[in-house]
Design a protein around this ligand. Structure first.
Ligand code: BTN
Length: 127
């Protein structure tokens, strides 16, 4: 089965793009995320991501990364796993938690949302 290293360009089911740069020997990586949607009214900007993946066993590795949104006060964490089908096509099956900034602790209960995203590898324009 084909190995899965996260380095490269990916697009998810919302149309968001991310570019992950080289994964180091410890499995750590950084990258850039351009979301297609936002919970805010602010203009969307490319935002940095940082994460790590298992590199000890590259068959269907699990990973996680954090996006620190550069245009809002929010933070998103993604966890996921890379799968390869019989034709070598890779998909990242992920779940995320999006934390928006609550005005006060009274609003804490509504400050975190959860969802899923599926990413496939693409060739994208430079961000
Ligand atoms: C914000 O709204 O403050 C920042 C943008 C959040 C975008 C979310 S993160 C989870 C989901 N997956 C995406 O690709 N975009 C949305």
């Amino acid at each position: 089965e084909r190995k899965c290293i996260l380095t490269g360009d990916w697009q998810n089911d919302l149309g968001s793009n991310m570019t992950i740069s080289a994964v180091n020997g410890a499995g750590q990586f950084s990258g850039l995320y351009l979301t297609a949607v936002s919970a805010t009214e602010k203009p969307i900007l490319v935002s940095p991501l940082n994460g790590s993946q298992h590199v000890d066993n590259l068959e269907h590795p699990t990973f996680g990364f954090t996006v620190k949104w550069s245009f809002s006060d929010s933070t998103t964490v993604f966890v996921g796993q890379c799968f390869t089908d019989d034709h070598g096509k890779e998909t990242l099956q992920t779940m995320w938690l999006l934390r928006v900034k609550a005005k006060s602790m009274d609003d804490n209960w509504k400050a975190t949302t959860v969802g899923t995203n599926v990413f496939t590898r693409i060739k994208v324009q430079n961000m």
